[in-house]
Design a protein around this ligand. Structure first.
Ligand code: EPU
Length: 429
């Protein structure tokens, strides 16, 4: 199993190209199931989760061709996927595949909308909390699907097609909103979603669906209206930049000090996180090529932050912010409201010398003068990268184990950091 070795203490300076967003790419690829025409996605990041979803879609009969390189392409350019679900040969998504990636459960919506039935394994719990799918099932029922749960599988049937309806989410759910968008796009009649997730990835999926012929308005607000259409067609869509990757590197620069241009990043996708960084003393400026992040000389100010659905501070940046606050000049408090168990990084950060006290959903972080390298590992993607951030500022060597978590969501992490002067390398085997 690969490991990553980091020797801390070097400031970062230079430029980091930001990849396409993982959490938009996955639902966009799944949306290809809605049409028999080809959907072309550009700016797709090279990630383990994208490869896994290719396999999962392949199991349903979807053909995916990866576009070749063009003159002038750089090594960091995203890939283009040509996805064709002309012939869906299987409407079952088995446990062996769904259990590896939760978002693959979302195939249930386009499959039932287009094929009238779908049998999809329940994803089960995962490292960050119980993460049920009750609200996704509620969506399908509201749109007229009959649901049965049998042997760990959700079987959804709508032989005569789905029907538009009113969906009121009792809590904001990204996956629930994606499910509702995809199911309602091909339903008969109008669907109204209340308390919809407003994450930028929802807007990106809605934009792509509209290019495919869907009639969706209000995406990006908490009320989305979808006028169902009988058929969707192919389209070409470029995935929006990854706001979590952007925020992660911004926090890495804040941690080590230095000056880095995050190329292609868009500030409006993570304003809450940029505001927190600015408050802690980091200089943030926007140019027409991206976001520039710098900390030269000054210390890191402590902050009080609560995670919230967009436009609030994202849960997917909570671990990274905590890593940063381990070196703050004072005491910070971070409260996690989205997932009940997203604190696996705490024990590992403590191994590096951090002082963190957990009380329910709130972590109190007492800034320390120095962190010291140690072997660490984490069981989730964002937790793993928080350890990388801490290691970049720790004295001596840190070995991050279980690197496959990082590969799920960060494209060429070591390369991007090495370019900016970090001492970081992957050790194979
Ligand atoms: N929830 C329910 N019932 C449901 C669905 C969700 O109770 O049927 C709860 C969850 O347990 C959680 C809350 O609602 O407490 C919000 O969950 P949400 O459905 O919004 O999360 P998700 O769609 O499963 C996506 C991202 C996550 C990100 C969350 C929150 C993707 C592929 N995943 O998950 O990303 O943390 O939204 O923003 O888009 C990551 O990239 O590392 C990651 C975990």
């Amino acid at each position: 199993m690969d490991r990553i070795r980091i020797v801390g203490g070097r400031p970062l300076s230079g430029a980091i190209p930001i990849s396409g967003a993982k959490n938009a790419t996955l639902p966009l690829m799944i949306a290809s199931l809605l049409t028999e025409d080809t959907l072309i996605l550009d700016n797709v990041p090279r990630l383990a989760d994208v490869n896994l979803l290719q396999r999962i879609l392949g199991n349903h009969g979807v053909d995916i061709m990866v576009g070749g390189k063009r003159p002038g392409d750089t090594e960091y350019q995203g890939q283009s996927l040509h996805i064709s679900a002309a012939h869906i040969v299987d409407t079952t998504a088995p446990y062996e595949l769904v259990s590896k990636m939760r978002a693959s459960f979302w195939v249930i919506a386009p499959l039932v909308a287009r094929m009238g039935e779908a049998t999809v394994s329940m994803p089960g719990g995962c490292a960050i909390g119980t993460r049920p799918v009750d609200l996704l099932i509620m969506v399908l029922e509201r749109l007229g699907a009959a649901i049965e749960i049998d042997g760990g599988y959700v079987i959804a049937r709508a032989k005569r097609g789905l029907k538009g309806g009113e969906i009121v989410f009792p809590k904001v759910t990204v996956g629930g909103t994606h499910t509702a968008l995809m199911a309602a796009a091909l339903a008969d009649g109008v669907t109204v979603i209340e308390n919809a997730a407003r994450e930028p990835e929802i807007g990106d999926v809605a934009d792509c669906l509209n290019k495919m012929g869907a009639k969706i308005s209000g995406a990006g607000t908490s009320r989305i209206i979808i006028e169902g259409v009988a058929k969707l067609s192919g389209a070409r869509h470029s995935v929006l930049p990854d706001r979590i990757e952007t925020g992660t590197y911004a926090m890495a620069v804040a941690m080590t000090g230095g000056d880095v241009m995050l190329e292609g990043a868009r500030p409006e996708l993570l304003q809450a996180a940029l505001d927190v960084l600015a408050k802690s003393g980091v200089q943030i400026s926007t140019t027409n090529t991206g976001i520039r992040v710098a900390r030269n000389g000054g210390g890191i100010g402590p902050v009080e932050v609560t995670t919230d659905p967009f436009p609030g501070f994202p849960t997917d940046l909570q671990a990274q912010l905590m890593a940063l606050m381990t070196r703050a000049d004072g005491t910070s408090r971070i409260t996690e409201t989205i997932f009940e168990n997203r604190f696996m990084h705490v024990q590992e950060l403590v191994r590096l010398g951090a002082r963190i006290h957990l009380d329910g959903e709130t972590a109190t972080i007492e800034g320390v003068r120095r962190l010291k390298g140690a072997p660490v590992m984490a069981t989730d993607l964002r937790a793993s990268v928080s350890l990388v951030i801490a290691a970049l500022a720790a004295e001596g060597e840190t070995m991050v184990n279980r690197v496959y978590h990082l590969d799920r969501g960060f494209e060429r992490l070591e390369d991007k950091l090495v370019r900016c002067g970090a001492d970081i390398a992957r050790i194979s085997g």
